[in-house]
Design a protein around this ligand. Structure first.
Ligand SMILES: [Zn+2]
Length: 73
């Protein structure tokens, strides 16, 4: 899966959004509909949603380290 800047003048495809899509999500191995046009607003919404569900590994490690140092102090 790739996130690219959209060069085409397309509308955002997220729900009823009418913004101009500035990004395109390219889905590989998805058959007929393999691209999804999104505007910056929807991309940020999506990112927030994903961020609430999936914690990046680096942040998890940082939290663990932080907990250990406070325990020692
Ligand atoms: Zn949008």
């Amino acid at each position: 899966m790739k996130l690219l800047k959209s060069e085409e003048k397309r509308k955002c495809e997220m729900g009823n959004c009418k913004n101009r899509a500035s990004y395109v999500i390219r889905l590989e191995r998805m058959g007929i509909k393999s691209v999804l046009f999104v505007c910056e607003h929807c991309l940020r919404d999506l990112y927030k949603l994903i961020g609430e569900e999936i914690v990046p590994k680096s942040i998890e490690t940082l939290r663990l380290r932080g907990a250990q140092t406070t325990k020692g102090a």
